[in-house]
Ligand binder design. Structure first.
Ligand code: URA
Length: 239
């Protein structure tokens, strides 16, 4: 782990601003390896040096992994004319360098994973090791009979792209308007284009799981929380 400023470490662990962390450090309440340090700009190695507040250890996390229930109307990018998923993060989870690992369309709702760990994002999104993503889809028309087989065999999209096999399951008791779909890749507008190639139209789309981890049902639209260590491990190692 590279060296970090002491005020950054304290702010990150205590989920406060750098100014507040600086005050705490200058007041003499923070020690590094048992020695009080009063300089907020001091650089230390958080994996080798022990930072304490009034004797209690502060555990610094190098990276952060956030599960958000994205609302419609918000874009999953870092910088846009529109409101982004980063703009709506609560202050206590805000850090520099955060970005969404993978995109959902502006009108799509559900699980977006936001992190500042580029290697992790690359790992879960690269074609070789892409994690499964699960969606709930509502269609304009009942899905034609036999379409599930086409998804299973690998649909061909309008531009000729040959999709990987995907799993579908009707979830409205046979009306054939609502489906669960599991994708093993992530192409632009993929679900919408898949159903379009069956002569249908997606009217709403919600991502319910990534890498086998379900979107927390307690999260209202726009809310988020950090992934637990177990969830992170499941996504990274596809347990
Ligand atoms: N497929 C789509 O068409 N849109 C999304 O947002 C995600 C998958």
């Amino acid at each position: 782990m590279k060296s970090e400023r002491l005020d950054k470490i304290v702010a990150s662990v205590l989920q406060c601003g750098r100014k507040e962390a600086g005050k705490l450090i200058r007041s003499g309440e923070i020690a590094v390896d048992g020695i009080v340090k009063k300089d907020p700009s001091l650089k230390i190695f958080p994996d080798k040096e022990r930072v304490t507040l009034s004797g209690k250890e502060l555990c610094f996390k190098k990276n952060i992994y956030i599960m958000m229930n994205k609302p419609a109307g918000v874009v999953s990018s870092t910088d846009d004319g529109d409101v982004t998923v980063i703009d709506i993060l609560p202050e206590e989870l805000m850090r520099r360098g955060l970005f969404p690992a993978g995109r959902l369309d502006k009108d799509t709702t559900g699980f977006v994973l936001i992190t500042d760990d580029g290697d992790f994002a690359h790992r879960i999104l690269s074609p070789k090791s892409h994690v499964d993503k699960e969606y709930e889809v509502t269609l304009a028309e009942p899905l034609e009979d036999g379409a599930e087989e086409k998804f299973k065999d690998g649909l061909t999209l309008g531009d000729g792209y040959q999709c990987l096999p995907a799993q579908t399951q009707c979830i409205d008791g046979g009306e054939r308007l609502k489906f669960k779909v599991v994708l093993h890749e992530g192409k632009y507008h993929q679900i919408k284009r898949m159903f379009a190639s069956c002569g249908n139209r997606v009217v709403s789309l919600h991502r319910t799981a990534m890498g086998g981890v379900c979107l927390d049902a307690a999260l209202e639209e726009g809310q988020c929380r950090e992934l637990t260590a177990d969830e992170l491990d499941r996504i990274m190692n596809r347990r």
